[in-house]
Design a protein around this ligand. Structure first.
Ligand code: EAX
Length: 336
């Protein structure tokens, strides 16, 4: 009897040791950072993704969400993926042109007329081709998510035509295509990381900013901005990214689970984004904003110089003007 007990204790001990050291049993924790406030659609999508991954891996992989730029700016987080100091991020394309220049294609103003044409290009050959390029820089795309159509807010006056933007100091994301677009519209753009934006608006370092309604609402910009103009000048995609180092820690079955979970989370997030656009205008009005719906034609006309800019075309082509031209034309054709 004694011997039996001793033997079973040894066996249990051995089993426990195997369970702890065997990587097949060890739980993996992946951090996923975003720049936006906890209730924003990005974070709801990451939570959905985490839930599916946890369920499908039997709890082997836990994806932990860190919203509100706790882990740094969007650019810092993408660099973290390359360094292996962070596993995942869901980010706008703001910083992504520094890693894969072709992404700048999606920073062009008024490229898409509606969500249907966005998804056709992003999920089709063009978007997939650009997403695959991330593998060359130590990052893997798990798909195109959505930030949304961007609209302008400011503290000075209602915007009805491009001339109303004249002289407005507007914060833009840190990419020259955004800067050139705002200059073409007559505003004075100032690139800045998103995490600094609320304070910059509050302290009047800038008069204006532009973002989708879901961001404007969740970041409470209505507290520091009186006017909202529904310009929809950029369609801002987002990308769910995983560092190559983290990706390699997954076995093929787990990688498949990640891709499937990302597709579900993407569709869910796109739905939330559409719903946000449908419901938030009323809520922002209630919150005290004055909302205008400018005729888009003069805005579209004013930004044509961005499409003609040789530097922009070359950047989109990754250094080749011919490639850039081809990509822009293909996107326009596919977006029809
Ligand atoms: O990705 O920087 C921005 O304005 C982005 O839209 C925001 O961080 C969400």
């Amino acid at each position: 009897m004694h011997r039996f007990f001793r033997l079973s204790t040894v066996l249990i001990g051995l089993l426990a040791a195997v369970w702890i050291v065997n990587p097949a049993f060890a739980k993996m924790v992946f951090k996923c950072g975003t720049s936006t406030q906890p209730e924003h659609i990005y974070n709801q999508a990451v939570k959905k993704f985490a839930k599916i991954v946890s369920a499908k891996t039997g709890g082997e992989i836990e994806v932990q969400l860190f919203p509100a730029a706790q882990l740094g700016s969007e650019r810092d987080m993408v660099e973290g993926l390359q360094l292996g100091s962070l596993e995942m991020t869901l980010t706008s394309t703001g910083p992504l042109g520094n890693f894969v220049p072709q992404v700048k294609l999606f920073n062009l103003p008024f490229l898409f007329k509606d969500r249907k044409s966005c998804y056709a290009v992003l999920d089709g050959k063009i978007g997939t081709g650009i997403a695959t390029r991330f593998q060359k820089v130590g990052i893997r795309s798990l798909g195109w998510f959505e930030n949304g159509f961007r609209n302008i807010t400011n503290s000075k006056r209602p915007i009805n035509k491009p001339a109303d933007l004249k002289g407005l100091k507007i914060r833009v994301m840190e990419d020259d295509v955004f800067i050139l677009t705002m200059k073409a519209l007559g505003a004075s753009p100032l690139p800045m990381a998103f995490g600094e934006l609320y304070t910059a608006l509050e302290q009047k370092t800038v008069d204006a900013q532009e973002n989708p309604l879901a961001v404007i609402y969740s970041s409470r910009f209505f507290e520091v901005q009186k006017y909202l103009a529904m310009t929809g000048h950029f369609y801002s995609p987002a990308m769910l990214l995983i560092g190559e180092q983290a990706w390699k820690k997954l076995n093929p079955a787990q990688q498949k689970i990640f891709m499937q979970a990302a597709a579900v989370a993407r569709d869910y997030e796109r739905k939330l984004s559409l719903e946000a656009d449908q419901s938030l205008e009323a809520k922002l009005k209630t919150a005290g904003m004055t909302i205008t719906h400018p005729d888009k034609a003069p805005f579209v006309k004013a930004v044509q110089s961005v499409y003609q800019n040789p530097k922009v075309i070359k950047a989109i082509g990754g250094g080749s003007a011919a490639e850039g031209r081809k990509l822009i034309d293909a996107a326009k054709a596919a977006a029809m």
